[in-house]
Design a protein around this ligand. Structure first.
Ligand code: 26A
Length: 352
């Protein structure tokens, strides 16, 4: 199979614990948030590994989405780019990718450590505190290596974790511009409220090249606030982002806002999207209902948004309709919520 989707982001190992109320209080963390660690959080990485039980699981938002997309795509369709250290963590991430059908094209930094994310679960909430380590050393030169260049030429769809924008925009812009100039589809996730909030300029620079923007309700609210939008409800924000200037005018921009257990919204910059959906006269944004999971089916919500993105892309890349793609996203999100961390169910269940 040829590679059809290339994802780029920060490869991280998730170190996950539950019942972490005391850790949230001690490190002044919010129950449902994603942040970059600062000095005061560093002891958390020593402390969390002493908890019993502690689970190590492959993470990194875009890498989770890549594994999610691979779940629904034919074998050999997905590759992932990011920077790691030369260590055991990187080996275990690579093994997880391999097992789940993602080709890793890592930029490897000898002498640096692979990034990690402390995942603290309390109830259904997840608090993510990330130390990027090698992930933030990624350089645009990696995109020019023969291996990566070939993957980029082969792929028809690209997906960027908005988190990647915290350590520079050069590589992200290069990938987005290459996609846009060659008429390929470029998708970006807003990733966390702090991205549209504190990396507004970077997000704004990327958006003209984005065909698909994915986020959740809190990221939409953060976008509305940092951009001074008067209408701050998710539907209005989705419409506002959809209608921003777009470099590649040959296809409309889709903006997808998930809302946890509430319905997903999709706004399109024009009534008909690439897959021939959202016809003129249809509601825009369109609402896609979510089937609620029972409390006892929910393990944790770490990676649910990434799983949605992966499921959506996996279907969209195969030319499925917008409705089928959103439903594949919902299905994969629910599979992920039923597992510890950003994992899927093996043997695979049919979702398309
Ligand atoms: C730059 N930051 C903060 C991050 C992340 C991140 N992935 C990339 N960059 N912070 C958390 N994550 C990942 O998000 C997933 C859940 O959506 C975690 O590794 C986790 O697997």
């Amino acid at each position: 199979m040829a590679i059809t989707l290339v994802c780029m982001g920060n490869p991280l190992l998730d170190i996950q614990v539950s019942k972490g109320e005391d850790l949230l209080a001690k490190y002044e963390l919010k129950a449902n948030d994603a942040i970059l660690a600062d000095e005061k959080h560093m002891p958390l990485y020593e402390e969390i590994i002493t908890r019993d039980p502690v689970t190590y699981v492959a993470g990194g938002a875009a890498q989770n989405a890549a594994r999610g997309a691979a779940y629904v795509l034919p074998a050999g369709s997905v590759a992932y780019i990011g920077a790691v250290g030369k260590d055991d963590l990187a080996e275990s991430l690579k093994a997880a990718n391999e097992k789940e059908g993602v080709q890793s094209a890592y930029q490897v930094f000898d002498g640096q450590k692979t990034g990690a994310c402390a995942v603290i679960i309390t109830g259904h909430d997840r608090s993510l505190t990330t130390t990027l380590r090698a992930a933030e050393s990624f350089t645009p030169s990696h995109l020019a290596t023969p291996e990566v260049k070939a993957l980029i030429e082969e792929a028809k769809f690209f997906y960027l974790g908005g988190f990647f924008l915290t350590h520079g925009i050069e590589s992200a812009l290069e990938l987005a511009k290459t996609a846009s100039e060659s008429g390929k589809t470029f998708a970006m996730n807003l990733s966390a409220p702090f991205i549209p909030q504190f990396f507004k300029a970077q997000v704004d620079q990327m958006l003209p090249f984005c065909d698909i923007v994915i986020g959740n309700e809190s990221e939409a609210a953060a976008y509305a606030e940092s951009h001074g939008l008067s209408a701050t409800d998710p539907a209005s924000v989705a419409t506002a982002i959809a209608n921003l200037p777009k470099q590649n005018a040959s296809r409309p921009r889709l903006v997808i806002i998930t809302q946890g257990a509430s319905s997903t919204l999709v706004a399109s910059s024009s009534p008909t999207d690439a897959a021939g959906n959202l016809h003129a006269g249809e509601e825009n944004p369109k609402t896609f209902p979510v089937t609620k999971m029972a409390d006892d089916e929910i393990v944790d919500t770490n990676g649910a948004g990434d799983a949605f993105a992966g499921g959506f892309l996996g279907a969209f890349v195969q030319g499925k309709s917008l409705t089928q793609s959103v439903e594949a996203g919902h299905a994969l999100g629910q599979i992920c919520v039923g597992q510890i961390g950003p994992q899927f169910k093996f043997p695979k269940v049919q979702i398309l």
